[in-house]
Write a new protein. Structure first.
Length: 115
C-alpha cells in the first residue's frame, strides 16, 4: 500500500487549503482512512477519519472547520481545511487501516499557517 499526500503549503490565517491522499489501490479495501497531524514537539494526533461505509469523525479542535471526504473512483481522500489558524501548523499525514493489511502511512505534507 502506498499513500501519496499532497496539497500542503503556506496559507494565511483565516484561509483555506485542501489536502489530497491518493492510494495505490482501491480504498474500498481499507476499513478506515484518516488524516493525522504532528506539530513540532507534539505527538501525532488524529484530525479526521472516514470509514469504508462513509462514516466520518473529526477532532474537536477542527470541528466545523475541517471536513474529510473520499472519491472512490480516484482512490483518493481529501481534507478540506477552512478558517485555518496558526495552531493548525503541522505536518499532515495520511493513514490507512485494514484488518487484512494493517496500518500504513503516507509521507506527510507540511501545512504552515501564518498569522
Amino acid at each position: 500500500v502506498q499513500l501519496q499526500a499532497s496539497g500542503g503549503g503556506l496559507v494565511q490565517a483565516g484561509g483555506s487549503r485542501s489536502l489530497s491522499c491518493a492510494a495505490s489501490g482501491s480504498i474500498f479495501t481499507f476499513n478506515r482512512m484518516a488524516w493525522y497531524r504532528q506539530a513540532p514537539g507534539n505527538q501525532r494526533e488524529l484530525v479526521a477519519a472516514i470509514t469504508s461505509a462513509g462514516f466520518t469523525n473529526v477532532a474537536d479542535s477542527v470541528k466545523g472547520r475541517f471536513a474529510i471526504s473520499r472519491d472512490n473512483a480516484k482512490n483518493t481522500i481529501y481534507l478540506q481545511m477552512n478558517s485555518l489558524k496558526p495552531e493548525d501548523t503541522a505536518v499532515y499525514y495520511c493513514n490507512s487501516y485494514s484488518a487484512a493489511a494493517g496500518n500504513y502511512w503516507g509521507q506527510g505534507t507540511q501545512v504552515t499557517v501564518s498569522s
